[in-house]
Design a protein around this ligand. Structure first.
Ligand SMILES: C[S@@+](CC[C@H](N)C(=O)[O-])C[C@H]1O[C@@H](n2cnc3c(N)ncnc32)[C@H](O)[C@@H]1O
Length: 216
């Protein structure tokens, strides 16, 4: 990698308000495909993942809106944000009064983005830069999973892990805009919002993002 992930993010994004959550600002990119190509060149890895960290996704936006409406879900509590990407859900938690928040993501650029974005919003957010889905549930009061159901392999691992989290007595909130692998039969919808994502990989019109708990 030629430059640090932090320098790369600063070079390829702009700090700007999140649509529908204007109180939060993130380092966001304009277009995914040129940025993805830049990541591949930067890392010399043609299989580098999509730069999810440079966009606010429908699931995270729905969780952010829910936490603005229901700060009591996280206020004074320790939050763990699975598949954190930009850190959006962790940052929204801190805005809503969480005592601490940690974002977990496998992408090294996401780890850097979470730190940069947290600082830009005046918060500190811890970062776990590894795959936690084979780990024991985290030491947290609530786990958030924003937009984690877009890939079958990931979806098949996320649900059993979240069930273990829930069975450990930790609250679980899932945010999703209706992805193909969302296990709707296992979920109870709590709220839904019109959300506008920040990536042209989806249509940029309003779509519905919902927040769910796991069915007891
Ligand atoms: C669609 S993005 C959602 C980001 C953010 N939650 C939001 O809603 O804007 C999904 C994120 O999950 C991350 N991810 C994929 N597999 C993961 C795993 N096994 N553990 C942790 N994060 C993972 C990806 O790197 C990506 O940043």
């Amino acid at each position: 990698m030629a430059a640090s992930p932090r320098a790369f993010i600063l070079r390829h994004t702009r700090l700007r308000p999140v649509p529908g959550l204007e109180e939060i600002r993130l380092h966001l990119a304009d277009e995914a495909l040129p940025l993805w190509h830049a990541v591949q060149v930067e890392t010399n890895d043609p299989d580098a993942p999509v730069p999810y960290w440079a966009f606010a996704w429908g699931g995270g936006l729905a969780i952010g809106r829910y936490l603005r409406d229901h700060p009591e879900a996280v206020a004074g509590r320790r939050v763990f944000d699975l598949g954190s990407g930009s850190g959006l859900c962790a940052i929204a938690s801190m805005h809503a009064g969480a005592s601490e928040a940690t974002g977990a993501d496998i992408d090294p650029f996401a780890a850097a983005a979470i730190g940069l974005n947290a600082r830009a919003n005046g918060h500190r957010v811890g970062v776990v830069r590894r795959d936690v889905l084979d780990d024991e549930p985290p030491d947290a009061d609530i786990v958030l999973a924003g937009d984690c159901w877009y890939d079958l392999t990931l979806a098949e691992r996320v649900l059993p892990w979240l069930v273990r989290v829930r069975d450990r007595g930790i609250d679980v909130l899932i945010g999703d805009p209706g992805r193909r692998y969302l296990p709707t039969a296992e979920l109870v919808e709590l709220a839904s919002y019109e959300v506008r994502t920040t990536t042209e990989l989806e249509d940029l019109e309003l779509k519905r993002g919902a927040v769910y708990a796991l069915r007891p």
